[in-house]
Each structure stands twice: as C-alpha cells, then as structure tokens.
Design a binder for this molecule. Structure first.
Ligand SMILES: [Zn+2]
Ligand SMILES: [Zn+2]
Length: 277
C-alpha cells in the first residue's frame, strides 16, 4: 500500500551555516502532488536528491519571509523557468508581503532573465509566478489534498503562517518559526505529525551574545514544542531548524527536553529524512 502522505525534511538547518544541514525546507508528497514548504539554503540540491525538479513542483508555500526560509526561492524560480522543458507558472502561497517579495526577486534576476531570453530562441518571456497571499481561513484544495493555514506568532516578524496538510485521513503540520500560540494549537489538534522549528535557550544564553539571545524571544524551545505537541495530542513531534547547530551526539539531549512534556514519538530531524504516513 502506498502512503497517503510522504514528508521529506529537505533542509533542517537554520540561518547559521552547517556543513550537513541545508536551510529550512520540507517536501510533502500527497495525491500525486509535490508541495514545497519554504525555500531555504540549498533547496534545489535537496530536491534533486529526492528526484524532484523545481519544474515538477505543484505549489510552494511560504511560512514567512525571513531570509533563511526564502533565500533560495530565486534559484527555484530560475531553474524551473530555464531548465525545465514545459513552461508553467509557479504557484506560490504565503503571508501578506509575498507578492512584493516575488516581484523583487524577479527584478533581482532581470540581468539573467535578459541574457537567457536573448540567447534561447524558445524562451520568450520571464519566469511566471502566481502568488496567492493568504487570508486567514483560506485553504488550498486539490487532488484530495487539503492545505489549511493559520497565523502563527513570530513577532516582531509578521505576518507568519503555519500549514496543515491532510490527505486520506492523515495529517502533517508545518509550523514554521513561532512561539506557542492558540492558533498553532488549533492547527496541531490530533495531527499525525507536527514539525516544529526549535531553539535551545540554554545553549544560546551560554554564548553570551545579546544579538544571539534575541533569537530566543520568537522561537519555540524544545520544551515549548513538547507542550504544544501534548496539547494537540499529536502522534509524532519532529524537531528541526535547531539553533544552535547541534553537536554530534547531542540528539538525545534535545529530545529529552521535549520529552519532559510530551510522551509521544519525538524525531530529531536530519536532512532528507523521510516520514511516511
Ligand atoms: Zn523566522
Ligand atoms: Zn527560521
């Protein structure tokens, strides 16, 4: 029997460079659709590792416009446009501000777009991106797959969104960067899998940098993620986007902090990990 949903944790890193963790990005495959959530550093390479070309994506969803979550959106757009034989607009859903971000990205690429149109007889127009700036309560529905969204709390960054994908009675929540909040709880209720970006306040404070300490304010800690998972009665909590980048062998420490509040399965993500539902 094939899975209703396949979740691939394409990139499990954060803004801090890591040799083995690409930037935040998750691929959800359901109902024959390839749905990408966020476009962090190296996303096109990680998609290649699972055999998905940017030209094959059915939809891109953005949780927010922080650089680590969108930095390789431009690579995705260019590669879909210039290196895939069948032209089609890239559907992108994201918070208010996404349309302006997409326009600026296309403007940034204008030199390259000009070179390629001048060089290739069969390339006559710039990349097309269809943007849907999501209002609260809107959902994406296609091929038996439903993607619901909810506002999250990553203040002062905003607006930000979390997403919940449902197919054949299975569900995955991609929370993005957020502190615990009531709308996230609604999104997580009874989910099979809840993916949360996390930070370790204990390790960050030990560095003693005021700018680094600011990171604590607007992210979930492992303990926060455990509490959200418990309130939602989810089956599996996935910890990702760890800040600081985890030391080899420290996996159990991160899991133990979340496990203080949640007795379900806890997964410590690494790049290209697959979860089948
Ligand atoms: Zn962020
Ligand atoms: Zn982030």
């Amino acid at each position: 029997m094939t899975s209703a949903i396949t979740l691939t944790l394409l990139g499990t890193g954060s803004p801090l460079p890591s040799a083995d963790r690409a930037g935040p990005a998750n691929l959800v495959q359901a109902g024959g659709l390839h749905l990408l959530f966020d476009c962090g550093r190296g996303v096109t390479m990680r998609l290649a590792a699972v055999g998905v070309h940017p030209g094959q994506l059915h939809h891109v969803f953005l949780t927010h416009l922080h650089s680590d979550h969108v930095t390789d959106f431009n690579d995705l757009v260019t590669t879909r446009w210039a290196a895939w034989p069948i032209p089609s607009p890239l559907p992108v859903t994201g918070p208010i501000g996404t349309a302006a971000f997409v326009d600026r990205t296309i403007a940034m690429l204008s030199d390259d777009i000009g070179y390629r149109i001048a060089h290739h007889d069969d390339l006559n127009e710039p990349p097309q991106v269809d943007v849907n700036e999501l209002a609260i309560g809107q959902a994406f529905l296609s091929e038996g797959v439903r993607v619901a969204s909810a506002p999250t709390d990553h203040r002062p960054v905003g607006p930000t969104l979390g997403y919940r994908v449902e197919c054949d009675g299975k569900s995955v929540v991609l929370a993005g960067d957020t502190v615990p909040c009531a709308t996230l709880d609604v999104l997580c209720a009874d989910a099979d899998v809840y993916v949360q970006t996390v930070v370790r306040p204990d390790l960050i404070r030990a560095v003693g940098s005021p700018r680094f300490n600011d990171v604590i304010d607007y992210h979930s800690s492992c303990e926060d993620a455990g509490r959200t998972a418990a309130r939602g009665d989810v089956k599996t909590l996935v910890l990702t986007h760890m800040v600081p980048p985890p030391q080899p062998g420290s996996e159990e420490e991160w899991i133990a902090q979340a496990a203080q509040h949640f007795d379900g399965e806890i997964v410590f993500a690494h790049d290209l990990m697959k979860i089948e539902l």
